[in-house]
Design a protein around this ligand. Structure first.
Ligand code: ADP
Ligand code: TPW
Length: 568
């Protein structure tokens, strides 16, 4: 069956494809197999870009990152049971991160699954997906495909974005129906993420509290980055004169070098602020739940979020502002008028002084040139390159590699940093990098711990196959967190965190025709990254890092049960 318009019927395959295209979806991240192989081929024939992966988790991660970057749900397509389960981690992670994506999995025959008669790859996928995502649907009849896709798109994008599962049983694809009836059953979703205007009294309450503050602070989260209200957010910070802290993926929303960035005085502002305005950031573990030693003196919170259930999740929120970030920030700006008083100068001056001191300390550390390289000397190179090329998208995972990159590498533009997110999950690297390259056509630099890279390393073949402008830098310190741990039993096996010493990750990409470089100095690293950016060729740099340079669990050692903050 083709999409031949001279044929009077249309099949399930083409109804799915047409429904996606009708909703401006142009890319599918997939891994073929029964029953969706033909769907991938036909989608490609019909002009959709099909990026075919080596493992579904990475196709799913790519879909999630595409959703975050474009505000359109990223589509991941998998086979049944095992393919579905492989994609489910990514779907669940997307939901936790509030990224819109749709996992579409083929499934086996309902009659056999429900009677548990042992079909090929039998599994009740819908039931399994439901608790792990925002919404889950199944379509049994061709005439319902339009509704199934429309509901999935709306569920992924409206309100707090998230992951949606769409179950498409094998038999659906070959069902046929009258072409005109079929096409007219498809739905173009109107206004899938309607603006949500905040209530006027909530706006007034928030402004009253902000005005009363002696030591105000704004915290920008990845919800603010997702919202694409960049100019309004910048106006809010600058007009209010309130210092701000960007959460990891909100870095670059305003340039990290902005005078009001308090990132280099993070512990001071968190401890000392009296009123904190959260913009698309949750008071979860990443912000120490809004309480305890980190938060020092008592404070009052203003929280902007689209999800009312988020409010009071950890501590009392004095001024909730429920709506989409663009509308909330616009309302605040309108309410502030033209002569809003900036915070007292002693607060901004104290922050500035601490910032200067900490930045000077950091510059001194970055200037050192130890042999072998450590995280600082390697990242000094990355920092300079990203400053010169602020359009680069930086993907980042690992423990020490993550923490040091986040604090050392300034970001200058919105949505240029993609990382391990709310779960701190390893394995997003290659999927996120591929999505970034495919959806933006910008150069991508993936800064990866050697352990982190291992979770998605095989997708280097995918990067080479599609000739994507991705430069992967593996910070190779011989293991998880580092390579110095010993087997306390005295046996022959190495310790659980230790990898093969002196591994050459650069050789992996050479197997697929990409460029591999072994870099042992900052100069070699810089040269290799610049060459990759210049050529646009898939590149993997094995950056040799001192195996004793890391700390166990990076900066979250305190979450490790019964451990002492020890050097590995
Ligand atoms: P971070 O990890 O950067 O601190 P979180 O993922 O914890 O950020 O928080 C993101 C928050 O942003 C979520 O509570 C989510 O509901 C909210 N959010 C996402 N998109 C929007 C939007 N368009 N408008 C308002 N809030 C949003
Ligand atoms: C899906 C636990 C957190 S960080 C990390 C692991 C395994 C790797 C750290 O070593 P790496 O980085 O990448 O070499 P570095 O710079 O410290 O040397 N499984 C999943 N997610 C997580 N978070 C883990 C395990 C973990």
């Amino acid at each position: 069956m083709t999409n031949d318009t001279t044929v009077e019927t249309i099949d399930g395959f083409h109804l799915v494809i047409n429904a996606l295209k009708l909703n401006d979806i142009d890319t599918i991240f997939a891994l073929p197999g029964i029953p969706i192989t033909d769907l991938t081929r036909m989608a490609q024939a019909e002009g959709l870009r099909v990026i075919s992966f080596r493992h579904e988790q990475h196709a799913g991660n790519a879909a999630a990152a595409a959703g975050f970057l474009t505000q359109k749900p990223g589509i991941c397509l998998t086979v049944s049971a095992p393919g579905f389960l492989n994609g489910l981690t990514a779907l669940s992670n997307a939901t936790v991160n509030c990224f819109p994506m749709i996992l579409i999995s083929g499934s086996s025959e309902r009659e056999i699954v429900d009677l548990q008669q042992g079909d090929y790859e039998e599994m009740d996928q819908l039931a399994i997906a439901k608790p792990l995502c925002k919404a889950a649907f199944r379509v049994l009849h061709a005439e319902d495909i339009g509704v199934g896709i429309a509901r999935s798109i709306r569920a992924a994008l409206s309100g707090r974005p998230g992951g949606v599962y769409l179950d498409l049983p094998a038999k659906l694809f070959s069902q046929t129906m009258d072409r005109l009836k079929g096409l007219s059953s498809l739905i173009k979703v109107v206004d899938p993420a309607p603006r949500q205007i905040p209530a006027l009294d909530s706006v007034a309450r928030a402004l009253d509290l902000l005005k009363s503050a002696k030591r105000p602070l704004i915290i920008l989260g990845k919800g603010a980055a997702y919202a694409q209200a960049d100019a309004a957010i910048r106006d809010l910070v600058e007009k209010s004169g309130v210092p701000y802290l960007p959460m990891s993926m909100a870095k670059g929303l305003l340039p990290d070098t902005h005078a009001l960035s308090a990132a280099a005085a993070r512990s001071y502002v968190l401890a000392e602020a009296d009123v904190v305005m959260l913009v698309g950031a949750r008071l979860n573990w990443l912000l120490s739940h809004g309480k305890g030693k980190t938060w020092g003196t008592p404070k009052q919170f203003i929280q902007i979020d689209i999800e009312p259930k988020e409010i009071d999740s950890n501590v009392a929120i004095a001024a909730p502002l429920i709506g989409d970030i663009g509308s909330c920030v616009d309302a605040l700006l309108a309410g502030m008028g033209s002569n809003w008083a900036h915070p007292p100068a002693d607060w901004t001056k104290a922050i500035f002084e601490r910032k200067e001191k900490n930045l000077a300390k950091m510059s001194a550390t970055l200037a050192l040139n130890p042999i072998p390289m450590n995280f600082h000397s390697a990242l000094a190179v990355v920092r300079t390159i990203v400053t010169d090329r602020p359009d680069i998208i930086l993907v980042n995972e690992g423990a020490n590699t993550l923490d040091f990159t986040r604090s050392i590498v300034d970001m200058h533009q919105p949505r240029k940093r993609l990382d391990v997110g709310t779960w701190g999950i390893m394995g997003i690297g290659m999927g996120f990098a591929i999505a970034a390259a495919v959806t933006t056509n910008k150069p991508v630099l993936a800064i990866e711990g050697d352990s982190a890279f291992g979770f998605s390393g095989m997708e280097v073949e995918t990067i080479c196959r599609y000739n994507l402008p991705i430069c992967v830098v593996v910070f190779n310190n011989n293991g998880v967190y580092g390579g110095m741990d010993v087997n306390k039993s005295g046996g022959a096996d190495v310790a659980p965190t230790v990898f093969v010493k002196g591994a050459r990750y650069d050789k992996i990409i050479e197997a697929f025709g990409g460029v591999g470089v072994n870099a042992t100095t900052p100069q070699e690293l810089s040269k290799a990254i610049l060459e990759a950016l210049h050529s646009g060729r898939p590149t993997l740099i094995n950056a040799v890092i001192d195996e004793s340079a890391g700390t166990e669990s990076g900066r979250i050692t305190q979450l490790n049960p019964q451990t002492t903050a020890k050097k590995t």
